[in-house]
Ligand binder design. Structure first.
Ligand SMILES: [Zn+2]
Length: 375
């Protein structure tokens, strides 16, 4: 079994200073070890990095994807309208990784939806990208607290909920008086179902908001003949932030579930699961989802999650970079993850989330165990 890898390169936030990295060397080394592949790169506005990436990628006959955030990490000068918590306050962000704030904008607001497109036109439209890879297409997660995780309760979102049969005030009363109503009862096709009908409709409405926003942006970018791919949470967590993975994959060139089993930062399974557990304590929400932090980050859990998705539209992402205290990826980890994907029948994967932070040993481990370099 061979796997085609897609490479991800993080160049920093929009306003980050040019770091003058040698993107050419990093990609040529990776291509020689683990095979040529598509490249996802973003989203610093400055520098020569995109030209270098385009040269190497296009010479190999692969596609270059512009990595863009949609509802978080947005420049303040574009005035994103913040999401409003169920307590009526602006959703609060927090900083784990430098340059990321995880403050979310309201996903219903048309101005907010347009920002990713505005950023593309302002900074990147002159560059030879083959597609756009959208990140942060979601509501805030429970990371940072229960108040963050319920979604937006601004007037526009309340109207959307009402049109879908959801009384936002009833949801607010439920979270205050009966948080157990928010424990999922079951999962089918990556969608959690809730016994409480109001909560069930509420989560459907939240997912519809994200699906609609992505559809609007997909239309926008297709006007420029740029297909759209999506960065999404792992199936275990996606629906809780409004991502209906099967609905989102219908028009996406591919989706990349972040199967980050060793990342102690947002989108990382151990990080998000810990917050989720603590937000709903003393109720055991993780037991409803099938285990505890260890079992839900295990190989068996990953296999079960991937079974729900279609391999042809999927490029699961796993960590190859090393960030001290946040993500200690190792040759053993990447090799076992690659083997797991092969057993699950996946022919594509994304080496996440930053090739520039990957050790050479991790890439060598992948070249030896999974991808057969043509001789
Ligand atoms: Zn809103």
């Amino acid at each position: 079994m061979t796997c085609r890898y897609t490479y991800q390169i993080a160049t920093g936030g929009f306003n980050a200073a040019d770091a003058s990295e040698d993107i050419t060397a990093a990609l040529e080394t990776a291509f020689s070890l683990t095979g040529p592949g598509d490249v996802i790169i973003g989203w610093r506005a400055q520098g020569d990095c995109y030209r270098q990436a385009a040269d190497v990628t296009h010479r190999a006959g692969k596609r270059l994807w512009l990595w863009l955030p949609v509802f978080s990490e947005l420049p303040q000068e574009l005035s994103p309208i913040p999401a409003i918590s169920y307590m009526g306050r602006e959703q609060q962000g927090f900083e784990i990784m430098p340059g990321e704030d995880f403050q979310f904008a309201c996903p219903t607001n048309a101005h907010n939806i347009e920002i990713a497109y505005t950023l593309y036109r302002r900074h990147f439209a002159h560059l030879p990208f083959d597609g756009v890879f959208l990140d942060k297409i979601r509501h805030a997660s429970f990371a940072g607290g229960l108040e963050n995780g319920l979604g937006c309760f601004c007037e526009s979102c309340r109207d959307v909920y009402a049109r879908q049969g959801v009384d936002a005030d009833e949801i607010v009363q439920l979270i205050r008086n009966n948080p157990a109503a928010f424990l999922p009862a079951d999962m089918r096709k990556c969608i959690y179902r809730f016994e409480n009908e109001a909560v069930d409709r509420f989560y459907q409405a939240k997912a519809n908001i994200i699906t609609s926003a992505v559809a609007a942006l997909t239309d926008r970018f297709l006007e420029h003949r740029l297909p759209v791919a999506l960065d999404v949470f792992a199936p275990l967590l996606a629906y809780l932030v409004g991502q209906d993975l099967l609905a989102l994959s219908v028009r996406a060139a591919f989706i990349k579930p972040m199967i980050y089993c060793i990342t102690h930062a947002p989108a990382g399974l151990p990080f998000e699961l810990k917050w989720l557990r603590d937000c709903f304590a003393p109720h055991d929400i993780l037991a409803r989802m099938g285990g505890d932090i260890d079992t839900l980050c295990s190989k068996e859990s990953v296999k079960a999650q991937l079974r729900e998705l279609k391999p042809d539209t999927l490029r699961p992402g796993f960590e190859i970079n090393i960030v001290p205290d946040i993500c200690e990826s190792s040759p053993g980890y990447v090799a076992s993850f690659a083997a797991l994907l092969a057993e699950s029948g996946f022919a594509n994967a994304v080496l996440s989330w930053n090739l520039l932070g990957a050790s050479g040993d991790n890439l060598k481990a992948l070249s030896g165990c999974f991808y057969s370099t043509p001789t």
